[in-house]
Design a protein around this ligand. Structure first.
Ligand code: UTP
Length: 299
């Protein structure tokens, strides 16, 4: 069955970005001039997803507004003959069928996904975390997972290897077979949320992209709080393993955790260096800054 629907959970508090996120969603923080969540919606659209549900909360109406028409702004741009900007603004509201639902209490990622139950119904669906951007110019990450789903007809979690020092930050999988460049996916036998290095069954971390079967929903409904006192999606997927196969797929692409300050800065620098209108001047600026800081360190 084709994966037609995607869920983007974006209802978290974004505490790592306070005070910026006190009254504005971290998903609206721009990477240069485009909000993070728009990069993610575009990945879903380029992957053939037709309907997108964004999980928000009462402080995140700017996300809903961003994907809606803005008639006053359109009128203003038209009256000033700013047709390029007008086209840009209009194109955002035409990206896809975008819906939203509010998570009334921030009880964790698993609980956020449960809010999508009615929207998803009885079909497989994609999940793209609202603060993870993955760049792959050829095949978008979630499209890669959808292709694997079509092959194995079971849930697929997107993974990449992380350094030993980082395994305690993620859900870590235990694959049956080695995952490497020639064989990028394997069935998994276990999955642990934020394990210590000693407990971690591998260094393969689930990094913000999933395709799941709808059988995850009854498990989420009965899922008790886990790591951090939150209802964890990883714990429900672990229980899904009792009745269905789940695969880990090592997706190709550079992943930026933009919910974290360094990841955000890295994305900003890389995206600026990839932009024709910015890269030369920005590179000069970076060189100047690096030279100054090297000279200051030498002093
Ligand atoms: P994170 O843990 O990265 O987001 O959740 P957070 O809680 O907003 O961030 P910090 O740690 O406080 O800075 C991963 C994704 O799941 C969403 C977040 O919005 C983010 O996109 N999420 C998390 C929810 O939608 N609801 C929740 O209850 C928790």
């Amino acid at each position: 069955m084709k994966v037609r629907k995607a869920v983007i959970p974006a209802a978290g508090y974004g505490t790592r970005f306070l005070p910026a996120t006190k009254s504005q969603p971290k998903e609206m923080l721009p990477i240069i001039d485009k909000p993070t969540i728009q990069w993610i919606v575009e990945e879903a659209v380029e992957s053939g997803i037709e309907e997108i549900l964004i999980i928000t909360n009462h402080q995140k109406s700017s996300i809903e507004n961003h994907f809606d028409r803005s008639l006053e702004l359109e009128y203003f741009l038209e009256s000033k003959n700013k047709y390029e900007d007008l086209e840009l603004v209009r194109s955002i509201s035409n990206l896809a069928n975008i819906y939203s639902v509010r998570q009334k209490e921030q009880k964790g990622l698993g609980h956020a996904i449960l809010c999508a139950k009615t929207f998803i119904g009885n079909e497989p669906f994609a999940i793209l975390l609202g603060d993870d951007i993955v760049v792959n110019q050829k095949v978008p990450a979630i499209k890669q997972l959808c292709q694997v789903f079509n092959e194995v007809n079971s849930s697929v979690v997107g993974v990449q290897e992380v350094p030993k020092t980082d395994v305690s930050k993620y859900g870590i999988v235990k694959p049956i077979n080695n995952i490497n460049k020639s064989k990028r996916f394997s069935e998994i036998v276990d999955m642990i949320e934020k394990p210590s290095l000693a407990e971690a069954p591998s260094r393969l971390a689930v990094l913000g992209r999933y395709v799941l079967t709808p059988e995850i929903f009854p498990l989420l409904e009965t899922q008790t709080p886990g790591s951090g006192g939150e209802i964890q999606l990883t714990d429900a997927i672990r229980r899904l393993l009792d009745t269905q196969k789940v695969y880990a797929y090592n997706f190709e692409g550079h992943r930026y955790d933009v919910g974290n300050k360094l990841g955000y800065l890295e994305a900003t620098v890389d995206f600026a260096l990839a932009r024709e209108d910015l890269k030369d001047e920005f590179m000069e600026l970076l060189k100047k800054k690096v030279n100054i800081s090297v000279r200051e360190t030498i002093k």
